[in-house]
Ligand binder design. Structure first.
Ligand SMILES: [Zn+2]
Length: 769
């Protein structure tokens, strides 16, 4: 029974059912993607650009919100003005209620899988049992029409349907209002993209508020209403609009938010306003609130409330941060996409220093410079980086970043580069998906992958040999072989390993596309074309795939198919190398050569042992005849005459061909990993010369399992190395050499214990007697 099962399994492996190519290579990895991609239409063209009838909805918000610092609650009311640009008539609207994720009865809580190792992962269990309580989630107090009359509404988990009293026709707008409140989650305990952090030392809070107001669900030409519930991984699908937000907080709080502060005179003191002015011309960050002032605020008690008023135009979301603990620095970034420049600003508690004052705002400005080069100039007036409980999360014009030094002010390299990288990453999200507004709920890779790719480019321009975690092909090898490897084209909520799948793999794929497949010039033009085409619009995966081909002029369907739709990996091996030379037909050359080969053949074991035995023909020489001395490899006059006849039949051109002395090497290659990729040879010749041969992936188009490449050279090849610059993410380098090399490695008898924070060790040592 068992044997039978194995036999069936083997049969399946050798005879896959797939679209036919040939018996040798049953899958055509170069067939076009049209069978998978949606049919182009008037909204989205076959070139990957928005179509002439492209449309998107608009949602404007006027919000009043109060942050209750005593009870850690949000109390809000908003008026949403929704403009229906679609060709359709709508009878109801869908609103997102993301805070309901934290309810004890949310789908997220109910569908939480048991941890793989119960002994080792209590955090998920604790979160489920302790932190997710019934008092989290939205209290929707009222939903009213423009005249203040109640509107029928139905809450469906993390969404709410609002039934309109009149049909909303194409081109019409409707206004309605929602009043709500909720208890703010502790983002240090619950996995959340916003929330509070409590500091027991001084009794204060930092609030990072996100998904804090009921937001319009997206309605678009591809999905209609986006009604995939918020489960926690798949982020947001949102509409652009203008925001007028009034944020009321204790009067000793410092606030940062999406948008431009409208009433600095009412909320900032004279010194703060003067310092902000200095930041306009400063060459390094100017402190608006100093560490000493922030320290003094920690023991402060508010005497009342203040309302900070913000306006933001053409944004898809709104977030803010508030605390009396904030240090605040600012520096104007002049090369931005708007005339007055962009104010780059950081908010952080004293606990963030010395790292934050040194790196945060500097990293914001670096990000805007590099990202703008590869996409478009930053179009917003401010860009904040805020330190609080959230490890890393992005919103328009503001992002939350977690890394902090130790309490003694030292930090590990991991923390330092972790902070610079997360600031680059989260500020970078302004471009993808805050402006190139992809659907995060469906496709995490469209923003995280593209953003991580640009993050890698920005990191590599920060300092020499920057320790980037993602981007280099060699760093993706483990994931390509992992059991948890999903195709990139997997829904955000279904991906098993989100970091490697939606961040690292697409970032690496794009890096390979840029360096190895297209080259920097073609890639950069195509990528910029995509960014500019879909700036402030909503692209889908096909729009990206099509634009990259359309603008580069290179068919990349094989690349998208392999890297985005499959779990194939790169593993190409050199199976063997054969050397062929032309048979000159000249007996003076060929016969001695044949003799040489004959004498080089080893004597078999039996022949060796038989050699001393007395032979019958030696005892009786009369038994010898002609054939005992005849050697067919001796040159005869007949051979010479035949060669002369042959030569006289040749033209001059043909004669030259016979005398070139060229070597014809045939390199046999096997595609073990399944991914069709360019083949890069580094060839060393025995005369000491070297050569690189770069062969496009199309070498695999007729047979994607094994191919042979001929190299014609007058020289003798000493060695061949496949993928010499580690640019293809080849998972097994041991089969990349001809002749094969021993696999070298070292093992430790006793394991070293490394200190993760050598800075602390150094400073500790200086204090020792
Ligand atoms: Zn991200």
């Amino acid at each position: 029974m068992r044997r039978l099962l194995i036999a069936i399994a083997l049969f399946c492996i050798v005879a896959p059912v797939a679209i036919g190519q040939s018996k040798n290579s049953p899958v055509d990895k170069f067939r076009q993607l049209e069978e998978i991609l949606p049919t182009p239409n008037d909204y989205r063209t076959a070139s990957g650009a928005p179509g002439h009838k492209y449309w998107q909805q608009k949602a404007d918000y006027a919000i009043n919100v109060e942050l209750d610092d005593v009870n850690q609650r949000i109390i809000g009311s908003e008026t949403i003005t929704y403009l229906n640009n679609s060709p359709d008539t709508l009878s109801y609207l869908w609103v997102q209620l993301d805070q309901n994720l934290f309810r004890a009865d949310s789908d997220t809580a109910l569908t939480q899988n048991a941890p793989e190792k119960m002994e080792n992962v209590p955090a998920a269990v604790v979160d489920l049992l302790v932190n997710r309580r019934t008092d989290y989630g939205y209290n929707i107090v009222a939903v009213k029409d423009a005249k203040g009359a109640p509107l029928a509404h139905t809450i469906v988990k993390t969404m709410m349907r609002v039934d309109l009293k009149e049909l909303l026709k194409s081109g019409q707008s409707v206004a309605f209002s929602v009043d709500w409140n909720f208890k703010i989650v502790d983002a240090k305990k619950t996995r959340a993209r916003g929330g509070l952090e409590f500091f027991p030392k001084d009794g204060n809070y930092i609030y990072e508020m996100a998904q804090w107001f009921p937001r319009m669900a997206a309605y678009n030409d591809v999905t209609g209403w986006q009604h995939k519930q918020f489960l926690g991984s798949g982020e947001f699908t949102l509409e652009f609009g203008d925001y007028k937000v009034r944020i009321t907080v204790p009067d000793d709080h410092i606030v940062g938010a999406t948008g431009v502060l409208q009433n600095p005179d009412a909320v900032l003191n004279a010194a703060q306003r003067a310092r902000l002015k200095q930041a306009d011309t400063a060459s390094k960050p100017v402190l608006i609130v100093t560490p000493e002032e922030a320290k003094a605020n920690e023991s402060h008690k508010p005497s009342g409330k203040k309302t900070w008023i913000y306006h933001a135009e053409n944004v898809r979301d709104f977030a803010f941060a508030s605390s009396r603990k904030f240090v605040w620095d600012a520096q104007l970034h002049r090369a931005s996409g708007i005339t007055d420049g962009t104010m780059a600003m950081s908010l952080y508690p004293n606990e963030g220093n010395p790292l934050w004052e040194k790196y945060s705002t500097a990293a914001i400005i670096h990000t805007l410079n590099i990202y703008s080069r590869y996409s478009f100039k930053y179009p917003y007036p401010v860009a904040y980086s805020v330190n609080g409980p959230v490890g890393g999360m992005e919103y328009p014009m503001i992002c939350f970043n977690g890394p902090r030094p130790e309490t003694d002010g030292t930090y590990s390299a991991r923390t330092k580069y972790g902070l610079i990288s997360v600031v680059i990453h989260e500020v970078g999200h302004n471009y993808f998906p805050m402006i190139v507004n992809s659907d995060e709920r469906q496709w995490t890779w469209m923003d995280e992958g593209l953003n991580t790719f640009l993050q890698y480019l920005a990191e590599q321009e920060w300092e020499p040999k920057y320790p980037s975690q993602r981007g280099e092909p060699k760093d993706i090898v483990d994931y390509m072989l992992a059991d948890t490897h999903d195709p990139i084209m997997t829904n955000s909520e279904s991906v098993v390993a989100l970091g490697p799948n939606a961040y690292a793999k697409p970032a690496t794929a794009l890096n390979i596309l840029r360096e190895t497949v297209l080259g920097r010039e073609l890639f950069d033009f195509a990528f910029k074309t995509y960014a500019e085409r879909w700036r402030f619009k909503r692209p889908m995966p096909a729009d990206f795939f099509r634009t990259m081909e359309d603008a580069s002029g290179i068919d990349l369907d094989w690349f998208w198919r392999g890297w985005f739709y499959t779990t194939d990996h790169t593993d190409i091996s050199i199976e063997g190398v054969k050397l062929y030379n032309i048979d000159t037909k000249n007996p003076e050359i060929e016969k001695p050569l044949a003799k040489q080969q004959r004498s080089a053949e080893p004597e078999t074991l039996s022949a060796q042992r038989n050699r001393p035995l007395a032979k019958q023909t030696e005892k009786d020489p009369a038994l010898n005849d002609f054939y005992n001395t005849y050697d067919p490899l001796n040159i005869t006059e007949r051979d010479r005459a035949a060669y002369q006849t042959f030569l006289s039949s040749l033209t001059e051109e043909e004669k030259n061909l016979y005398s070139t002395g060229l070597n014809f090497y045939v390199v046999d290659l096997k595609n073990i990993g399944g991914l069709v990729m360019p083949v890069i040879f580094f060839i060393e010749y025995s005369d000491g010369s070297k050569e690189e041969l770069r062969i496009p992936a199309e070498i695999w188009r007729r047979n994607n399992i094994q191919v042979s490449k001929m190299i014609v050279t007058p020289k003798e090849i000493k060695s061949i190395t496949l993928d010499p610059h580690l640019e293809t993410a080849d998972t097994d380098l041991n089969n990349n050499f001809w002749p094969p090399r021993p696999v070298k490695s070292r093992f430790q008898i006793f394991k070293d214990r490394k200190n993760a924070n050598p800075m602390q060790e150094r400073e500790g040592k200086t204090k020792m007697p």
